[in-house]
Design a protein around this ligand. Structure first.
Ligand SMILES: [Zn+2]
Length: 149
């Protein structure tokens, strides 16, 4: 399944983050199974829907809409782009484009967005198992590159 194709997007379960109140986006269970540390993975309830909180000022990464369970960044094996402002945090997780690598490429007059997009269009990405948001990174990449100009 092409995780980045618009046609494969399921209608998101709109649930408010219990920590900040903002709307989150539901993520596939495989995203948590792939990215949670062993200790946290032992606590998930696979029949619940888990939701990603994209609010950069909120510490909660995932929460369950159906019972009171939250996971913060330390529950994941990778840093979370939306929650961690370090330059060595990936923006594109599949192809390992950190903020730093993107900034370097832009200053070298390369076109990293086109580069990433071509891999995505060739169905090489695995966002649902690599990216904590469980979905394609392109919007984040475009926004970050835009913020550099
Ligand atoms: Zn939140």
């Amino acid at each position: 399944m092409d995780c980045c194709a618009p046609s494969s997007k399921v209608e998101p379960v709109k649930t408010n983050c219990p920590s900040c109140g903002e709307k989150g986006r539901s993520v596939p269970l495989i995203t948590l199974k792939s990215l949670l540390t062993a200790y946290s993975l032992e606590t998930i309830e696979p029949d619940h829907t888990y939701v990603f909180c994209p609010n950069s000022s909120c510490n909660t990464v995932y929460f369950s809409g159906t019972h009171a369970q939250t996971f913060e960044e330390d529950a994941l094996k990778v840093p979370v782009f939306q929650k961690n402002f370090s330059m060595n945090v990936p923006v594109c997780y599949c192809f390992d484009w950190t903020r730093e690598r993107l900034a370097q490429a832009i200053s070298d007059n390369q076109r990293p967005v086109d580069h990433i997009k071509s891999h995505v269009q060739s169905n090489r990405c695995g966002c649902e198992v690599n990216n904590p948001q469980g979905a394609c990174c392109l919007g984040n990449v475009t926004a970050f590159v835009g913020s550099l100009k």
